[in-house]
Each structure stands twice: as C-alpha cells, then as structure tokens.
Design a protein. Structure first.
Length: 645
C-alpha cells in the first residue's frame, strides 16, 4: 500500500506545537483545559500510531505479526478515545448544570465504547479490518465505513450540545466549533473515499488548532504586564470548585498607595515591582501557578486547605513586606500592603461572592495588615447583605421614605428651606439608619437608583402638597447628591426629566454635595453643576471643613451656600482656637458673596452665639427634627417662626 504519510506527520507536528505552548503558558487549573490536553495528546499519539502502523504494514513481511496487530488494534482503540475526549471537552467548556454535563458524557461514553469493542474484536469479526497471519496482507473490513460514522456521530453530538447550550458560548466560540466539526467531517469523508490519504488526522488537528486559538488560548488568561494569571483565570478556576470536594484558602494582597508608586517609579518599574513580588511568592513560597493578578494593585494566592493552614505563609509574606523590594539597578522600593484571608466554601461559594467578600473585608478598618474572615466578620457581612437587600426592596417598591428638616432664615425670620433626608424602615429589619444604609447603597451601586427615587419623591411632594399650601414660605429644598451620582452621565438628564414631569420650578431645588465629590474628577463635577445651574437649580457645599477643605473649592465651584457641619459648630462653642478660626472662615465666605448654613443648632445659646456673625440660615433640633410629609405640612401651617425664634 502506498500511504500518504505527510498528512499524519503534519498532524503530529501541529499537536506537538499546541501541547508545547500549553506547557509553556502553565494553564492547568480548569476542567476544560484538562479535557483539551487529552484531545491534543490523544490526537498526537493517534497520528504517530497511524504513521507507524502504515509503515509496519508496508513492511509486513519483515515485521513480527504481533507488532503489526498491536499497532492496528491500538489505532482503532485510540480513535474512539479521541472522539470521546473531544465531546467531553466541548461539554465541559461552558458553565452548565453538572447533571446535563454528565448526561452528554454518558451518551458519548456508550457510543464510543461500542466503537472500541468493535475495533478490538475486529480480528475475529472482520468488521473494521482483516489481517491474517497466513498472507500478512491488510484489508479493510466489511463494515469499515462504520468507523467513519463514529466521527460523524461525535460531530452531531457536539452540534446538538452547542444548539442546546448556545447561550453559554460566545458567538465566535459557536462559529469555531461548527467550523471545526465541518473540517473534521470533510476530512473523514475524503479519507473514506481515498483510503490511502490518511487525511483525517490532519483535519482533526487543524480543527483542534482553531479551537485552541479561539477558545483555549492561554494568552486570554495571562496578565500581559507581569505574565502571571489574570482575573479571568481566577474566575474560571474558582467557579469550577465543588463545595463537597474542595477546600481552599484565598489570600488577597492589596498594594497600598499604588497610584503614588506609579507616579514616582513610572509604569515600567511598577510592573517590574509586581513581577518581582509574584516571583518571590512563586519561588520562595512555592505558589507556582497559584498566583493571580486580580487588578493592578491586587494579587491573589490560592492554597489547598483551611485559612489556618495558610497562616504561616501569611506571616512570612508580612515579614517580607517589611523589607524593601530590590529592582534592577539596585533601586529599593518599600511597599505597604493590606491582606485579607478567607476560605472556600466556608465564606464564599463562587467568584462573584468572593469579590464581594474581599471588597467588604478590605474596607474594614484595622491596625493589623491582615483581616481574617471569621464568625464575627461574617455576621457583619450578613448584616451588610441584609441591608443591601432591604435597600433594593425599598428602591424597587418605592417604599423609601423622605423626611424634611426645616431650615430657618434669620434675615426673613421664617422657615425658608427644607433638607430632604432619606429614611428606611424595612418590613424584615425594621428601622435602618442612614449612616448604615447609605454606605451600603454606595458600595453596591444602588445609590444611583436610591438618589433618583429621592428626587422623584421630593418633586412629587412639592407638586402635590407643598406648593399647594397657602402662604408657603419654603423656597428651597436641599437634596444630597453623592459623588457617584454626580459622575454618572445619566444623573443630570434624569433629574431634569423628573422636574419637568412634576412641573415644579427648578429654582426650588438646591443640591448638596460634599468636598469629596469635588475632589474626584473636578472637571466632570463642574460640568454637571453647570448643567443644573443653567437649568435653574442651585448648589450647596455640604459638611464644609470636615474633608479636603481648600479655598479653591469656594472660588472654582458655583456654590450659593456653604454648610458647616454640626461638629464644627459644636467646636465653636467648646474650643477657643476653633472659635477664632471659624470666625475668620465666616468672614471669608461672606467676602465671596456666599451664604452660610449652620447645622446642629440645638439650643438658644447656639443660635444667639452665631447671630453675632450675621449667619443667615440655621438647621437643627432647636427648630425641628426631620419630619414626614404630613407632619411637616402641619408644622409649616401652625408654626410662626417670627415669634418663636
């Protein structure tokens, strides 16, 4: 027989190149990678076996009969094993229910086991081949074409799985699987017509190469700056774990002041620093292939066992970070770090819940560099999650309450303003203070929807009740805007839509923002403020003097009022130095033609003491606590501030 050996040689080379690349990229942590490696290795061995078998048959008279028979049978055994591995790989790639994955694997196993049995018994049945010891001539069996049909069966199984789970694959992944199956089918058809071509192995290898480039290329899971595994790799790794089989300790290192390091060292040196740290973790602590760069300043280490098992390594890491890291050129870089240590499945069950827990732990104030997930922390986390759900319910059902605290105008001697304050009472958790639910809403992004709901309720209240009052003295309602809201592109258009919908004058609304909001992306904040000011609204600087106080904020931002926090007001009456400083601050703000609102006024003493500086606006329990809508209306109708204050 004159076989064309070059096809199998090319197939073996392709498989060798793919396998070498996989080894070089060190990606062994995913289930589908293991199946894919099986496909590559099996096809490579199958090509070599086919090549050797054909060479032996061409020299059958000079080769022992048993050796020829061994390679013939081995070839017909490896074929169904390859097809099973291929089907198992496609079935293991997407995230689907384990039961469905097992069903497809079981069906494939039954089909290809039958193929193996036929191949092994063909020496007696003559189905796939005939090779008698008497003449040593290899002939195709009466049902040899059946072997090709098993290739078609594998392609049909993959196609069926792909259709059933099409939304679990990306479009390009679906395309390459179909294309790969088509290449295999065409090559099998060609070899069934031209038996001596040996083209099936090459067609299968090309399909494997296409799949590798598209679906299994380890470059997708490598951080290009440091050549360690990235967050996508960690996500796939964690989501493959099974709680009844695995237990892992997850240790996350956050490099402190990362932005400052980038500015002082430069982009390249910072990458070298991260690489230096990761190499130390790999080589000295033996964490090879278990280090992930979750983000620019976050490295994650994974170790089998409990978090208690990891503590000795955590101590070594903390000791190492007390020293400077030495980079090329002898540059010594001291790096501070904070770390959190948690455990799977005790503290989290998937990648998403890990990220959530990690962020929560990182925000816990602690003098120690290491935060451990323990029962106490998990109770706090559970409370956080419960409050998060309460906020979500309140936003979805619009059950969030808005209370209003009056603001007294000393010049006009009347209540001229209100501050809108969100209040949350949940059916399950009861009353939740703003100090608790506002940070939760900011942490999980619900602050956007919560803030818009407050604006909507304020506008509805103003339209339906406040503006319909006779002799209403209120001309401003203060609404807090968080930095996150201000920086979101949809906030300003949505506010304008709500104001227009309820037909209230934009001048009725005055938005309060904190100094931290102006510190982050000041250009964006200025643009947002200008848009609402042009619309007719005003702005106040809230909690002045408690954050990033700088006179430039008063000069560069168009604030009509400056609100002094109650703590500063209290210090005015308790500390002589604070009294002098605040006195100068009041005069400076007046010189800039801006009004002052003094918060926390709880007594006549406070009011009279500040009237000396001709402060115009006052807010506090001395005038009224925050009131719900109906109580506020009654308060405004019945109170006569000019006489009482």
């Amino acid at each position: 027989m004159n076989y064309n050996y070059f096809y199998e040689i090319a197939a073996a080379i392709i498989c060798l190149v793919i396998f070498s690349d996989i080894l070089y990229k060190r990606q062994f942590f995913r289930k589908d990678v293991k199946f894919f490696i099986n496909v590559v290795v099996t096809q490579g061995i199958l090509s070599v076996v086919d090549l050797v078998s054909c060479l032996l048959l061409d020299n059958a008279q000079r080769v022992p009969y048993w050796l020829n028979m061994l390679f013939i049978v081995l070839y017909f055994v490896l074929q169904p094993i390859l097809l099973y591995c291929f089907v198992a790989f496609i079935c293991s790639f997407p995230e689907i229910q384990k039961t469905r994955f097992k069903v497809f694997k079981a069906v494939a196993a039954v089909i290809f086991l039958a193929d193996i049995i036929i191949g092994i018994t063909s020496d007696y049945t003559g189905w796939y081949f005939v090779f008698h010891k008497s003449d040593l001539v290899y002939r195709h069996g009466i049902h040899r074409v059946l072997g090709y049909h098993f290739y078609y069966a594998a392609c049909l199984l993959v196609l069926n799985f792909l259709i059933e789970n099409r939304y679990s694959f990306l479009r390009r992944e679906r395309t390459v699987v179909v294309l790969g199956g088509l290449i295999i089918a065409v090559s099998v058809l060609a070899q069934s017509i031209y038996h001596l071509s040996l083209i099936t192995g090459l067609g299968t290898s090309i399909a494997i190469l296409l799949i590798y480039i598209t679906m299994e290329n380890p470059n997708s899971f490598i951080d290009r700056r440091t050549e360690i595994s990235n967050s996508d790799a960690l996500r796939l790794y964690v989501n493959r774990w099974e709680p009844d089989r695995h237990r892992y300790a997850i240790y996350t290192i956050k490099l402190s002041h990362f932005d400052t390091l980038e500015k002082s060292l430069g982009f390249e040196k910072v990458n070298e620093l991260v690489l230096r740290i990761s190499r130390w973790l790999e080589e000295d602590l033996k964490f090879k292939n278990r280090i992930f760069r979750l983000s620019e300043d976050n490295l994650v280490l994974v170790a089998k066992g409990t978090k208690e098992d990891f503590l000795p390594s955590a101590e070594l890491i903390e000791e190492q970070f007390k020293k400077s890291w030495i980079l090329r050129g002898g540059i010594q870089v001291p790096v501070e770090m904070k770390a959190v240590l948690c455990e799977y499945p005790t503290h989290f069950q998937n990648f998403s819940s890990f990220l959530n827990l990690k962020e929560f732990l990182m925000k816990i104030p602690d003098k120690s560099n290491l935060i451990l997930a323990d029962n106490k922390v998990m109770e706090r986390k559970k409370r956080f999650n419960d409050v998060e759900e309460a906020v979500r319910r309140a936003v979805e059902n619009e059950t969030l309450d808005v209370y209003y605290q009056p603001i007294y105008d000393a010049k006009e001697r009347k209540i001229s303003g209100l501050e809108a304050l969100a209040r949350l009472t949940d059916e399950k958790l009861g009353y939740i203070s703003p100090e608790e639910f506002i940070p939760v809403a900011e942490a999980d992004g619900l602050i956007m929807e919560l803030g818009i709901l407050v604006v909507k309720k304020v506008c509805r209240f103003a339209s339906e009740k406040l503006l319909k009052m006779e002799n209403c003295t209120v001309n401003k309602i203060e609404i807090n805007l968080s930095p996150i809201q201000l920086l979101h592109r949809k906030t300003i258009p949505t506010i304008k839509e709500i104001v227009t919908e309820y037909k209230i004058p934009p001048s009725l609304l005055n938005f309060e923002i904190t100094e931290s909001a102006t510190a982050d992306s000041p250009e964006v904040v200025m643009e947002a403020m200008k848009s609402l000011i042009d619309f007719g609204c005003d702005f106040s600087l809230d909690d002045y003097g408690t954050g990033y106080s700088n006179i430039s904020y008063l000069i560069n931002f168009e604030f009509s009022k400056i609100k002094f926090d109650r703590q500063l007001i209290n210090s005015y009456f308790t500390e002589e130095s604070a009294k002098k400083i605040l006195g100068h601050e009041f005069e400076l703000i007046y010189d800039l033609n801006k009004d002052i609102v003094a918060e926390g006024i709880e007594s006549e003493e406070y009011l009279q003491g500040l009237l000396f500086f001709a402060i115009r606006y006052y807010q506090g329990y001395y005038f009224s606590k925050a009131l719900p809508e109906d109580e506020l209306i009654a308060y405004l109708q019945n109170s006569t501030p000019a006489d009482n204050f």
